[in-house]
Design a protein around this ligand. Sequence first.
Ligand code: PLP
Length: 453
Amino acid sequence: NTLGNTPTDGDLVAWDRDHHLHPWAGTGGFGSDEYMRVNTADGIYLWDAAGKRYIDGPGGMWCTQIGYGRQEMADTISQQVMKMPYASPWSFTTEPAAVLARMIAERTPGDLNTVHFTTGGSTAVDTALRTALFMNKRLGRPEKRIVIGREKGYHGSTFLAATVTGKERFETSFEKAQDLVHFLPDVNPYHRPEGMSVDAWCDAKVADLENLIADVGADRIAAFIAEPILCSGGVIVPPPGYHKRTLEICRANDILYISDEVVTGFGRLGHWFASEDVFGIVPDIITCAKGLTSGYLPLGACIISDTVMKRIAEAPGDDVFYNGYTYSGHPVSCAAAIKNIEIMEREDILGHVQCVTPHFQDRLHQIKEKFSIVGDVRGDGLLGCIECRPGLNVESYEAHVKFGQKLDDACEEMGLLLRPFGNMAVFSPPLIITPSQIDEMFDIMEAGMAQVS
Ligand code: PLP
């Protein structure tokens, strides 16, 4: 019996390997003991079991906005646990849930005022899609149920969220909800044909959407789901004007526009939400999670516009939106989110991100100038990606696709964690990172680049 015994390092390695199946475990790595065991964390740093310090380049998983080790967060969480640790959202509401719903509604663009709480990003996406399908059922047009996703888009791991995820590996491993999704091709301006302007690329990408709608039929399409920046796809920033034009097309065809702000929400680009403040659009539905609690506790939200809510409510007949989770509006998670927002506001973290973004992006772009193996660097706010150029100075295709891992390994040695994606490495550090810590991070990255070049 393990209970009550202090485990040794060896025990932990063995128990994790033998009993803990991690997300996205390669079948060759089932039972892997390769996961770094992290023990403590403070600010933008974390320490492994051997006491070695690392900069948290990925920001946990794009989520540790206010940084680690906040006593106020611990106090708030423990006080809420003692006061009211759980209440069924079917029967009750709690002060934290009501206050947080209001706080989110105050920070969303336009008439996005109704918050359905979820357990994370995937369930927020699932809820958004079900809202679109439910609306059309209520409106007496159940055949308007297809969702348009995009290649390289990532929306999560529930059946529906994975169905609209357009990453190649999701195609191979799982069944998807059949006949529910159509994908638009890659929007990455880096992949435009040689000689084509970014504006012409934007026209082509907008035309992709128009053509797909013409092919499938607007009367069969319920929603378009898009991340403002495709983060897990490699921090792909679509060409300027793309979001506004795609939104206009959706509106003209009565297709709901779902903006998946699970990564871009809560300050990553220096605003509560990127949809309106960065890209100038007011979507019909926004999904968020991650930065909502800075990763201190799990929580997500699907935020629905008054217009959509009204259409659902005013359709003839009565029905029930059978969607929700045991932990919807969990009072402890909501209390953590309220405190997280309070801290972000008190410390003007949005202003801070806007202020340090030019330096962060400048250091990122210097990497492209300094290292010829780099094909592209891109990002916005405190989001960045380095993509290795195919073929050049790289011995083989194998080396090219492992660029991200090699750079991550080299940087890890020197105390910086990154997130490798094939021939790319991405990073999204905690939003409290200071200019000198940004330099510390990029100095290590450049030393790592020198090793892998
Ligand atoms: N949507 C986007 C844009 C994401 O990046 C993610 C996760 O990275 C999700 C949804 C899924 O969120 P979760 O892992 O909290 O379910």
